[in-house]
Each structure stands twice: as structure tokens, then as C-alpha cells.
Design a protein around this ligand. Structure first.
Ligand code: ISE
Length: 340
């Protein structure tokens, strides 16, 4: 029988996940939703047969008719909600980031480790969906197989058309650059040991005090360097690119992503850029959620390719160093606690 999923937070990403589970994911259905804005939850629930609304995340997590929980609330709520799922022994797919600071992330890691010691299974999958993007997976496998030789550099780019008002430098780090931090772990399997931030003159759409674009440099424990150009108000569209520079080859992904190029009247050519991450990574999100449901069904709870709470902690520890590097000279060292 279908796994009954409860979705916490049905804003942009949560609503997208509800539609995905209702229409495309096999072996699961959305049983319960909740949102800070009750109206929004009612509206979304009305689009899914048999779906009901509850007032609070606590109620949803405890509900008899919820087998697994998808958290899509703002990042600052993830710690408490993820810990409540672990305490209730319910598998959870938590949207990224795991937390907005390493201390909160570590609390989740510890809670999960304690539960795992008692039951033998993990509970937390973390929504770094790029791990399920086909090009990402292919590049990682090519690097692991040595197909590119010795990697010296990764050049990453992350561009959004717009961000919501109030998107600060700290949010650029913990909400946006956090994807590239996880990409480093995914592609190279190495820890980040230091971060430097370089701030060019802000673009005309940057909010007061915001440094957009920004350039982040990461150094890994093997001495590889990763550049990350972050530009979250390009006004053009959503673009995520990766270039891996190796001694036996230079591989690039994310350039075209199946886009159609049209030659137009008047002697120009071009095509559309996805407006945001939902259309750009739709296949990756589908694969991520389907793999999560399959893992719950087979009792392993966390899919092999999925990011874990530990990945979330390491990402938060690196983001802390990046946050400090915003106002420091040179590289700031990443400090991480040992894995419990
Ligand atoms: C957002 O929270 C995401 O997760 C997107 O993938 C990312 O591109 C965007 O910059 C973030 O704000």
C-alpha cells in the first residue's frame, strides 16, 4: 500500500513537492499538509484527493496517517522539525539546508545517531537534489573513475534571476552557495578546509548592503581549489554550471540542459532560460523523491545517492567559514566536530 506522506510547508517548494507526489511518484500519496498560512494549506489540500490539513507541524509528525515527512518550511525551522521526526521514528526528507548554522545541524546529527543506535536505521535524507541530476551523476562517476585524470580545479556558477527582498549575504551563503558546498563533497569526496570570499562592486539590483555578485574560493583537504560565482539577481534566469578541470580532460555540465535554440526572423538566435530551480531540476527532484520513497519501502530509509544529515552538518560548517570570510582577509579555516 502507498506510503502516506505529510508535507510541512506548502510554499514554493512544498507545493511543488505535493504536486510531484500526487501526480508522478509511484508508491506514495500526500495524506496531510500543514502551513503557517492555513489558507494556503487548505488550497493545496483541495487539489489532492484524500488529503487533510492540520494546524501544526507537531500534529502532522504525530499523525497516525503519516508514515513519512517531507519538510519544506524555511531553513530556520528545520532543526526542530527534523528532530521531532527522528523522535517519532518517521523517515524524513528535509529540504536543504539542514540548518542555518552548524550548531543546529549538529543537533540533528546527534539525534539521528542516537535513534540509529537504537533501531539500526537512519532517518534523515537531505534535499540536495542536484545529486540526482543526470549530468551531475555522470560527472561524479567520471571523476571517480579517473576519466578526467587529476582534478586541479572545479569552476562552479550559480545564478538566479531574482531573489526575494531581504535575501542577505548570509542567506546567499547558507541558502544558495550551500548547494556548491555539497557539490564539492559529491564530486570530489573531499572536505573543504578553507574558504575565501571576494566581493566585486555590487550589481545594480543588489539590495542595500548586499554583495551580489560574490565570488567564493574553496580549498579542499587534497589542495584542490573550487571557484563559485554566485549572482542571485541577474534578471536573466536560473543557471547552474560546473566545469571540472583535469589533467586528462575538461568536462562541462549545465550549459544547455536540453534547451531549444531558435533562429529568428531579423537575424538573431536564442532560447529561454528556466526561471528558477523547479523547472531546471524537475527530473532531479522527481528522481530524488522517488528514490526516497523506494528507500522507505525497502526499510533502508535513505537512498544511496542521497545527502545525509552528516552532509548537512559539513555544509553548514563550511558555510560558517564562508560567512566569516565575508568580512575577513584571505582564507578562513573550516572547523568541524567529529562524527558521532
Ligand atoms: C534556493 O533556496 C535554492 O535552493 C535554489 O536551488 C538555489 O538556486 C537558490 O539560490 C536558493 O535561494
Amino acid at each position: 500500500s502507498d506510503i502516506r506522506v505529510g508535507v510541512i510547508g506548502v510554499g514554493q517548494m512544498g507545493a511543488d513537492h505535493v504536486t510531484r507526489i500526487a501526480r508522478r511518484i509511484k508508491g506514495a500519496r500526500v495524506a496531510v499538509v500543514t502551513d503557517y498560512f492555513r489558507d494556503k494549506a487548505e488550497e493545496i489540500a483541495a487539489s489532492v484527493p484524500g488529503c487533510r490539513v492540520v494546524d501544526t507541524p507537531e500534529e502532522l509528525i504525530a499523525a497516525e496517517d503519516v508514515d513519512a515527512v517531507l519538510i519544506a518550511s524555511p531553513g530556520s525551522f528545520h532543526r526542530d522539525q527534523a528532530v521531532a521526526c527522528i523522535d517519532a521514528r518517521k523517515p524524513v526528507l528535509c529540504e536543504k539546508p539542514l540548518a542555518m548554522n552548524p550548531e543546529d545541524a549538529y543537533t540533528v546529527v546527534e539525534a539521528e545517531a542516537a535513534a540509529r543506535a537504537a533501531t539500526g536505521v537512519p532517518y534523515v535524507s537531505l534535499g540536495f537534489m542536484r545529486r540526482f541530476d543526470r549530468e551531475y551523476a555522470e560527472l561524479r562517476d567520471a571523476i571517480a573513475a579517473g576519466a578526467l585524470g587529476e582534478i586541479s580545479l572545479l569552476n562552479l556558477k550559480h545564478r538566479n534571476a531574482h531573489t526575494l527582498p531581504g535575501f542577505t549575504d548570509t542567506m546567499m551563503v547558507y541558502d544558495s552557495a550551500v548547494h556548491e558546498v555539497d557539490a564539492i563533497h559529491y564530486f570530489l569526496g573531499e572536505q573543504v578546509t578553507g574558504v575565501q570570499v571576494i566581493l566585486p562592486v555590487p550589481g545594480p539590483r543588489a539590495a542595500e548592503g548586499q554583495h551580489d555578485p560574490m565570488l567564493l574560493l574553496f580549498r579542499t583537504d587534497a589542495g584542490r581549489i573550487v571557484t563559485d560565482e554566485l549572482y542571485v539577481n541577474t534578471a536573466s534566469g536560473y543557471e547552474v554550471r560546473t566545469e571540472a578541470v583535469g589533467s586528462a580532460g575538461i568536462a562541462t555540465i549545465g550549459l544547455e540542459h536540453g534547451r531549444v535554440t531558435t533562429h529568428q526572423e531579423g537575424g538573431t538566435w536564442g532560447g529561454a532560460i528556466p526561471a528558477d530551480f523547479r523547472p531546471r531540476f524537475v527530473d532531479a527532484y522527481d528522481a530524488e523523491v522517488q528514490a526516497w520513497i523506494a528507500a522507505i519501502a525497502d526499510g533502508s530509509n535513505v537512498a544511496e545517492r542521497s545527502a545525509t544529515s552528516w552532509d548537512g552538518y559539513l555544509a553548514a560548517a563550511t558555510c560558517r567559514a564562508a560567512e566569516q570570510a565575508l568580512t575577513a582577509e584571505g582564507f578562513v579555516a573550516v572547523t568541524a566536530r567529529p562524527r558521532p
